[in-house]
Ligand binder design. Structure first.
Ligand code: AHR
Length: 494
């Protein structure tokens, strides 16, 4: 028997809605085809952005969207992506398949997308191959209200009013594709670049430094030591890769029981990384003013057979859904430090929400998790105690149940639970320390087989349903969580 105790009267801070953020890079069919089809496309669109994708993204209430990279960000020169589309300079996307980038999706198109979806933009600037002036002028172009060379140019390009752009990244993975730098060198560059990105016309930037990946604790330490007063956020990247080698990450759909367990165990490792990077951040910033921004996370498998290896196109199963659910529970639990997270990547790339094939579109199991978990956005985290069994796997072990709880602004209590075992159901006792509820409703996402996924032929293979396996027990509720399931309960206090 597993046990979850929720202390409904102990609130432990706000779950920043931006934890439910997304990331869309100029990579493969993520932007082009996935989002941008152009105004003349036969695919129904709103000023060039496909309508089916817009509707899907609106429904999950994406709070924030990161763009244009990733590695692409440190090769991107924003001035080539504004003005009349036919006259925009083309470039080669050297990181991702060496394809020609038309620059048709640029600053105006991205910010239009954010406005249509209702998401805050999070733009990542170019440190690796860009200049201080280029970055400084981008902010002027975006946010200055009044007379200036960049604001005038923006108006000539069709946008008189400035945009509100608060989240701004100063480079990406600068230890690797963003310039192969030492942390000491990048910390100096960060301080230099951030000096010249100004707060214009009442717009207040939230400046995010390119952070570490995985267990590169030295990077976090140096950045905090050298630059903490100049940081609003420091990023962290972590991907769940079951394979042992970069060239053999494992298939997204054809995997063994062993790979299932490895995937779960590696996904849960993010908690240890948050705690360890967080401890370093605490040393320099005990008040937790600087946000930990997990702006790339998710599963990374081998590309689908026959697809371009540079496009990172992968299918998405109930296994991905459990990785998403467990990760979001962890982010909720660490909402004192984690202020934003952006799953990689929204459409047709890595752990996507949506897959497209020309005019067709399907929603992935991961999409459904984001839809079910959106109730946690900006809610108050509630204290939660979990007693669960462990699943032993090789020399390691991981917890079978993952959970988090919050109280939304409408007063409802939301509890998200994942059963990470793909074979065993879990009987779970939920205790609310005396609180009484007049109404309990639940949704469940589960599947019959561990590699169940949606296809263009069968788009509803994995979809959420009502969850009714709830009975009243002594001091709480008794639940039966099926194997490999994600459940979100909503409760109304009497
Ligand atoms: O998301 C794919 C790539 O992974 C990003 O471009 C890069 O930042 C990371 O290494």
């Amino acid at each position: 028997m597993h046990k979850v105790i929720v202390e409904t009267d102990i609130k432990q801070g706000k779950i920043n809605k931006n934890i439910y953020g997304h990331f869309a890079e100029h990579l493969g069919r993520g932007i082009y085809e996935g989002i941008w089809v152009g105004e003349d496309s036969s695919i129904p669109n709103t000023r060039g952005i496909r309508n089916d994708v817009l509707d899907a993204l609106k429904a999950i209430e994406i709070p924030v969207l990161r763009w244009p990279g990733g590695c692409f960000a440190d090769e991107y020169h924003w001035k080539n992506g504004v003005g009349t589309r036919e006259h925009r300079k083309r470039m080669v996307n050297t990181h991702w398949g060496g394809v020609t980038e038309s620059n048709h999706f640029g600053t105006h198109e991205f910010l239009m997308l954010c406005e249509l979806v209702g998401a805050e933009p999070y733009i990542c600037g170019n440190v690796g191959s860009g200049t201080v002036q280029e970055m400084s002028e981008w902010i002027e172009y975006l946010t200055l209200n009044g007379e200036s060379p960049m604001a005038n140019w923006r108006a000539e390009n069709g946008r008189y009013e400035p945009w509100q752009v608060t989240n701004f990244g100063v480079g990406n993975e600068n230890w690797g594709c963003g310039g192969n730098m030492r942390p000491e060198y990048y910390a100096d560059l960060y301080k230099q670049f951030q000096t010249y990105i100004r707060d214009y016309s009442g717009n207040k930037l939230y400046k995010i430094a390119g952070g570490a990946s995985d267990d590169n604790f030295h990077w976090t330490d140096v950045l905090m030591r050298e630059a903490a007063p100049h940081l609003d956020g420091l990023s962290l990247h972590y991907y769940t890769i079951p394979g042992e080698h970069w060239h053999a990450k494992g298939s997204a759909t054809d995997f063994s029981e062993d790979e299932w367990n490895t995937t779960m165990e590696k996904a849960l490792l993010i908690e240890e990384l948050i705690e360890k990077h967080g401890t370093i951040m605490d040393k320099y910033d005990p008040e937790k003013r600087v946000g930990m921004i997990i702006d790339e996370w998710g599963t990374w498998f081998d590309v689908e057979p026959g697809s371009n290896p540079g496009f990172l196109y992968q299918q998405n199963t109930i296994r991905d859904a459990l990785v998403a659910g467990a990760s979001l529970n962890i982010f909720n639990s660490h909402c004192d430090r984690v202020q934003m997270a952006n799953i990689a990547q929204t459409i047709n790339v890595l752990q996507a929400m949506v897959l497209t094939e020309r005019e067709k579109m399907i929603l992935t199991p991961t999409y459904h998790v984001f839809n079910m978990f959106k109730v946690h956005q900006d809610a108050d985290k509630l204290a939660l105690h979990l007693e669960t069994e462990t699943i032993r796997h090789k020399e390691k072990s991981f917890r079978q149940i993952s959970a988090s709880a919050s109280q939304a602004q409408d007063g409802r209590i939301n509890i998200s639970l994942c059963n990470l075992d793909h074979q065993r159901q879990a009987k779970l006792h939920l205790d609310f320390r005396g609180a009484q509820f007049s109404e309990v409703t639940g949704r469940i996402l589960t599947a019959e087989s561990k590699n169940a996924h949606n296809t263009f032929e069968e788009p509803e293979n994995v979809h959420p349903e009502a969850f009714n396996d709830i009975t009243n027990g002594d001091n709480g509720l008794e639940l039966q969580l099926p194997a490999m399931s994600i459940v979100v309960l909503r409760l109304k206090e009497t």
